[in-house]
Design a protein around this ligand. Sequence first.
Ligand code: FBP
Length: 552
Amino acid sequence: MSRISPLQKARAAYQPKLPVALRNGAAVKVNEGAPTTSAGDVEAIAKLFPNTFGSPALTFETAAEKGSFAPINVGVILSGGQAPGGHNVVSGIYDGLKSLNADCRIYGFLKGPDGLVKSEAMELTDEIIDAHRNTGGFDMIGSGRTKLETEEQFLAAKKSCEERGITALVIIGGDDSNTNACVLAEFFKANNIGINVIGCPKTIDGDLKNEWIETSFGFDTACRVYSEVIGNVERDANSAKKYWHFIKLMGRSASHIALECALQTQPNIAIISEEVAAKKMTLGEIVDQIANVVAARAAKKLNFGVALIPEGLIEFVPEIKVLIAELNELLAANDAKLADLDAAAKAEFAAANLQTNSAAVFKSLPAGIQNQLCNDRDPHGNVQVSLIETEKMLAEMVKGRLKEMKAEGKYDGKFSTQVHFFGYEGRCAAPSNYDADYCYSLGYNAAALIGAGRTGYMSLVRNTTLPADQWIAGGIPITMMMNMERRHGADKPVIRKALVELDGAPFKYFASKRDEWAIETSFVYPGPIQYFGPSEVCDQITWTLALEKGAK
Ligand code: FBP
């Protein structure tokens, strides 16, 4: 047997908590709410999903009696970027199904939706599941970003399932992957194919949430890992007192991670993309804002600090947002012509063919950023913002601005920078107690949805700021979260991302404190995730969730 760490060994014995409704097994009493609609574009979504649109929201209660359940085979897919707790979702599904009937069998499709299309899967056994309980990563079966959208893929998925006698699929993923789940559920139902599809809300980005889904799994753990390291960097900055650290934090679109980490660590600066968009700030104004804080601290002889930059920032600067939208259309329209060109050649093509305004914005960006903006989009049409070095760009631009300010007599200090990008470091961490419990419950609950014969639903576990005794289990139709968006040059149905709300409690709290954090050195050092020990250190919830639910 390969060596495992002492923590992994001790952690394997951790028994995650479950909502009361699921404690006697995944056979539950189902309560149906009113019919639902969609997050936007109701008519278009209803037309595209005639068989799954409008289903009621569900809540579960303990069943009066267990009843009998014929054994079934179920497929599981881990989809998109890794998030801590994915293995616990799978082990929850496994245990939940076995509670329905010990002869149920579970197959893991390999490398994400691709495994479903290519019919590559492995049966999950007690031994495999036990080796992965409470561990981070998606390595049990792998993950991928293949978008399921063609009829050919759907029919291949049907065949892969039929080959294994699979009658239910669970897709564990973010907004794009759950969009896949919804489209597949609709296709199967429309064509009388007896395969039900259930989704589970995963993404460290924290942007798959709404009035029903409180948070996506992995957000808690990932933010704790980043906050630990930000705290360490802050302490280094405060010890050496010679560097400004520019830290880019993952989160493709929304700034939930940057905001949560700011709440945990109290840095001098945290840019929130949604505010940049709302205030229609230019890149120059963001640079001015940072430079002014650097100058104010320098006036107090504090030539050091920490600035958090959300990964998705660039897409929220209005002028760059327009530029990216035009670039997307241009690159998609000239796909074949550009296929063999490298990013620099694509950038040259873009500079020559963009409309006047966007061409000017494009040309004003450093060459490296121009090339990065022309990199291939991911299979869902998203710009791969993790590859864009916004932190370096801003550090350079602030340096330039400070030089001007010095000449104008508005700044007198030293400015040396270090740049960091924290993203991949947190996505596969061993899940915190919160994520270990939440994920196991989401998986177990997905088994309950399967047991109840539902399709096109997302697994729902809520009230998680309270003790697990008060958690609510159930499901909501995925169509309820959908609207139409422009992707790859066409209008597509997708789950609406939950961005940071500027009138929400987490941002408001941050906004009330940030001026003080900017000038004073108010750093907080959260330290590493604790898995064992006093409940107040092991069982914390995120500031975001606590503030949203009025628990802080
Ligand atoms: P998901 O939306 O699939 O959960 O992934 C989120 C994310 O971690 C983003 O924060 C990041 O921009 C992106 O994935 C990176 O993607 P990749 O793993 O393909 O480099």
